[in-house]
Structure formats: C-alpha cells, structure tokens
Design a binder for this molecule. Structure first.
Ligand SMILES: [Zn+2]
Length: 158
C-alpha cells in the first residue's frame, strides 16, 4: 500500500485522542509489503487497522483481548490463515455500528496485526504450523477480502 503520514492516520480516527491512538514510529515501516497497516495501542487493549479501499482508506478500531487460557492451542488467524501452535492470536472484537453496543463481533487474528508479514514469510518467528501452497497473490486477495467482510459484518463499509 502507499505510505501514510502520522497526520493522515490521525485523521482516520477522529474519535481517538493521540494517547489512545499511540501511532507507532513510521520511519522504518516498509509500506510496499503491507496490505493493511495495523498496530496495537500502547496499553495493548486496542488494535487499529487502516486499509486502502477504492481511492480512500478505511479505518477499523477493535478491542483486543489476549487469550487467558493456560494451555497453548493451535489457532488460526481469520484474516491471513496463519496457523500458530501457541499464543499467536488474540481475540479482536468490535461493536456492530448502529446496534448501540448490543451486538459485538469478534474473531481471532494475529495478535500484532502483522498478517501481511505472515503471508510473505517476513515475520521473524516460526512460519505457519500448517503452510499453504496457494500463491501469494491469492493470499493477498483473501486477506483483503477478509478485512472488508469484517467491516461489512460490523456495518462499517457503508
Ligand atoms: Zn493474520
């Protein structure tokens, strides 16, 4: 994706204070290998995602809860299909827009929101426990569609 500046990212989340948003340092971000830009706030409880959609960007804010179960289990990221043997995913959820907080949808995603690095095998930790044979281009389309479909299910793609 094209690079975004700190102020562009800030503008995409008008309801957040800079402290809540805690945008990471952007100097070393390799935008060319990103399908979406995702980060976790400094408190660790909120994940932010920005993804190109048409000629604009869409912004997504999700609550993150790390797994509280003691036993490591095999978990798959719903967006990039990376399979972890241990604690690689977290539960990300958000309110369905227009439901007054009554409907919440959640799913398990790479806990650092680094799916783009996972599908390109650029993450430093172990590769997927269950590697796939499909082409990178197909993984990219699947990843983008998964993000859009989550936005649609939570009424945020109007
Ligand atoms: Zn992922």
């Amino acid at each position: 994706m094209e690079s975004l500046s700190r102020s562009e990212l800030t503008r995409l989340f008008p309801d957040e204070t800079p402290r809540e948003l805690s945008i990471p340092k952007l100097d070393h971000v390799d935008w060319a290998v990103l399908d979406y830009f995702g980060w976790i706030n400094s408190a660790g409880n909120i994940g932010f995602v920005v993804i190109p959609y048409g000629n604009k960007h869409r912004a997504l804010r999700m609550t993150r809860s790390l797994s509280s179960s003691r036993k490591p289990k095999t978990h798959m990221c719903s967006w990039c299909h990376h399979v972890y043997r241990g604690y690689g995913t977290a539960l990300f959820s958000c309110n369905v827009a227009g439901s007054d907080g009554r409907r919440i949808i959640g799913h398990h995603l790479c806990k650092q929101l680094d799916c783009s690095l996972r599908i390109r095998n650029l993450a430093s930790d172990p590769p997927s426990f269950m590697p796939e044979t499909i082409a990178l281009s197909e993984k990219i389309v699947r990843l983008e569609n998964s993000v859009f479909s989550f936005m649609q299910r939570t009424n945020q793609l109007a």
